[in-house]
Design a protein around this ligand. Structure first.
Ligand SMILES: C[S@@+](CC[C@H](N)C(=O)[O-])C[C@H]1O[C@@H](n2cnc3c(N)ncnc32)[C@H](O)[C@@H]1O
Length: 149
C-alpha cells in the first residue's frame, strides 16, 4: 500500500487536538492534515534514535511496516521481524505507560518469540487477522494493550 493511508485514518481518529507522526522510507504523495507530521526515514538507520519526534511521548504506536518481499519466505519473514523489533524499540522510547501498540508481522519462524517478548511489556496481546488481508496471506496484526513500563 502506498504510504499515508494509515496516517490519514489516524489523524481523523485523534481529531484536531491530537498529534500524529508518521515515518516511512518512501515519500508521501498526499497532503496531510495539520495535526499530522511526516518524516522520510529508514527506521533501520543507525541514527534512528536521533529523531526529534522520539523525544516526545505518545499514546499509541502503530507499525504497518513491511519489507519489499523477495518471494523467499524465510528472508521476507526475517526482514519483517527486523522491522517489528525496531518498532518495539520505538515503543520503548516513546510510548506512555498504559499506551497501546499495533504491529503488522509476516507469520513464520521467530514470530512466536517476538510475540512472547511483546507479552512481557503489555497486559493484553492478541493476534488479529483482518478480513481485508487477502486470502492465503500470512500477515497479521499484533494488538498489544496497556504498556507496562
Ligand atoms: C504495506 S505498506 C504500508 C503502508 C501504510 N499502510 C500506510 O498507510 O502508510 C509498508 C510500508 O512500510 C514501509 N517501510 C518498509 N521498510 C521501511 C523502513 N526500513 N523504514 C521505514 N518504512 C519502511 C514501506 O515503504 C511501506 O510504505
Amino acid at each position: 500500500m502506498a504510504p499515508g493511508s494509515w496516517l490519514l485514518y489516524l489523524s481523523q481518529q485523534v481529531g484536531e487536538k491530537g498529534q500524529v507522526v508518521g515515518v516511512d522510507i518512501v515519500d508521501l504523495r498526499i497532503d496531510l492534515p495539520q495535526n499530522t507530521t511526516f518524516i522520510l526515514k529508514n527506521v533501520l538507520d543507525e541514527d534512528w534514535l536521533d529523531l526529534a519526534v522520539l523525544k516526545e511521548k505518545y499514546n499509541l504506536v502503530v507499525s504497518d511496516m513491511a519489507p519489499s518481499t523477495t518471494g523467499i519466505h524465510f528472508k521476507d519473514v526475517a526482514d519483517s521481524l527486523e522491522l517489528s523489533h525496531r518498532a518495539l524499540e520505538i515503543v520503548q522510547a516513546v510510548l506512555v505507560k498504559g499506551g497501546h501498540f499495533v504491529c503488522k508481522i509476516f507469520e513464520g519462524e521467530g514470530v512466536s518469540g517476538f510475540v512472547k517478548l511483546v507479552e512481557q511489556y503489555f497486559e493484553k496481546v492478541k493476534r488479529y487477522h483482518p478480513q481485508a488481508v487477502r486470502k492465503g496471506s500470512k500477515e497479521f496484526y499484533l494488538v498489544a494493550k496497556n504498556y507496562q513500563l
